[in-house]
Structures are given as C-alpha cells and as structure tokens.
Design a protein around this ligand. Structure first.
Ligand SMILES: Nc1ncnc2c1ncn2[C@@H]1O[C@H](COP(=O)(O)OP(=O)(O)OP(=O)(O)O)[C@@H](O)[C@H]1O
Ligand SMILES: [Mg+2]
Length: 235
C-alpha cells in the first residue's frame, strides 16, 4: 500500500499552548483514514496544519514527495490536498452554482465536466443551483461544501466532522457518498466525533488524546474492540 501523506514529528502551538505534541501519521493511497478523539484533542488543529492554515512549530508533512509544511494554503490546494472545514464555510449569499465554481477557481482547464459530475453525485444541489446557498438545509450545505471541495480536483479529501449537526438519515447519506467517492479511488482523511459511523467506512483509524496519538489500528479492529470503544470513543 503506497503512502500518500506522511506526517512526522508534528508539533503545533497556539502561543504557549501546545495543541499537537509530536504526532506521526500516514495516510494510505486510496484508503479512508479516520482521526477520532474527544473535544479539544487536537484533531482540527492537525487538519488545519495539513492545509497550511495553522503553522507547525516542528515536524514535516510529506505529500507524495512534496514538503507541505512551508507552503501557502492555495499552493497546498494546487497540490491536491483539499479540505472541507468544520462548520462548512460556504458563502451563504452566493448561489449554489457560484459556490461550486469558486471551488474550481484555481483551475485553468475545462471545469464543465467536473461541474456535471459533481451534480450527479449531489442531485439535491442540482435542483437548487440558482438559489442562495444560505437557504439550503444544514445537510444540503454540507453536501455543497463537499461538492465544492471536489471541484478543486482533490487527490486527498480532508473532512472535519462532516456529520456535525445533521439528522441520522443525512449522516448516512453523506457517509455513503464518501464511501462511493473512495471506491472511485479518492483518498480520504476524516475527522469525526461520530466514531462508529466513521469506523464503518474507514480502513484505518487513529485516536487522538490531548495532542497525542494514543492508538493506531485497522478500523474494523477498533470497531470490534469494545474496550477501545468504551475507553476512547465514549460509546
Ligand atoms: N485559535 C486557537 N487559539 C488558541 N487555542 C486554540 C485555538 N484553536 C484551538 N485551540 C486549542 O487547541 C486545542 C486543540 O483544539 P482543536 O480544535 O484542534 O481540537 P479538536 O480535537 O478539533 O476538538 P473538537 O472535537 O471540539 O472540534 C484545544 O485545547 C483548543 O482549546
Ligand atoms: Mg475540531
């Protein structure tokens, strides 16, 4: 299994607070990797650091032979690491169509084909293309955020709590789409509080606690180990 992204010795500080305390993790090409853990563990900080939105104080982030650590966020996107942020951050006053086109704004090739593809993944968005994105339901906004990320042609799709605030039916729909995108070859790195759902679609999982990785195992093993589930995943 090829490694697409390798994080080594990563430390991240917010002033005097050390939010990430020297983690090593790798993402296998073509797989779904989940990063689980309690509130404040450092999951979002880890993701933001991969995308260049927060700076590491130490360590390296190797993406298919390219060191990302010193790159600007837009350069990281151009290399194919595209993140769906926590809270979605869609542009609510723009239309669904405009949000999607913004996702592809760095590309110079013909994006019409991808636009069509993305709408096939998310037929709900197709019906709302010219409506304001702010009028979409929470679940539809999450779909738009994922669809917009896909417009940037990711080689690695990074998601921070895509199920947050969504009804169970929509959570299942979003996870089903992630599984299908992965079946099409997309590598996915997923942060989730919804540990069981995440472990069901992931191949490998890490558990983070207080800035450190305390567990790394195949997702199926984690799901079947009730001690692990109780100790780390609060379920
Ligand atoms: N901008 C910031 N400035 C200062 N401290 C921060 C900042 N963002 C996060 N922190 C702190 O860093 C630590 C890790 O936060 P982070 O958001 O990465 O956790 P998380 O695992 O994503 O939590 P959650 O599950 O609640 O989203 C926490 O102690 C948090 O208070
Ligand atoms: Mg978070």
């Amino acid at each position: 299994m090829n490694t697409l992204l390798q994080v080594t010795g990563l430390h991240v500080h917010y002033g005097a607070i050390e939010a990430v305390k020297g983690i090593d993790l790798s993402l296998a090409q073509g797989r779904i990797t989940a990063l689980l853990g309690a509130n404040g563990a450092g999951k979002s900080t880890t993701l933001l650091t991969l995308s260049g939105l927060v700076r590491a104080s130490e360590g390296s982030i190797d993406f298919d032979g390219v060191e990302l650590r010193e790159l600007a966020p837009h350069q990281i996107v151009s290399h194919g690491v595209v993140q769906v942020p926590e809270g979605r951050e869609i542009l609510t006053t723009l239309t669904v169509r405009e949000n999607l086109l913004l996702g592809g704004y760095r590309r110079h090739d013909n994006i019409a084909a991808d636009f069509k593809n993305v709408l096939e993944w998310f037929p709900r968005l197709n019906e709302r293309l010219d409506g304001a994105a702010g009028n979409l339901s929470g679940g539809e906004q999450q779909m738009l955020a994922i669809a917009r990320a896909l417009m940037a042609q990711p080689r690695l799709l990074v998601l921070d709590e895509p199920s947050m605030g969504l009804a169970p039916l929509l959570v299942r729909e979003i996870f089903k789409i992630l599984r299908e995108l992965n079946a099409g070859g997309l590598t996915i790195f997923l942060v989730e509080q919804n540990a069981r759902q995440a472990l069901k679609i992931a191949h490998h999982a890490y558990v983070m606690e207080n800035g450190k990785l305390v567990l790394s195992a195949p997702a199926a093993d984690m799901l079947n180990n009730s001690k692990v589930v109780e100790a780390y995943l609060g379920a």
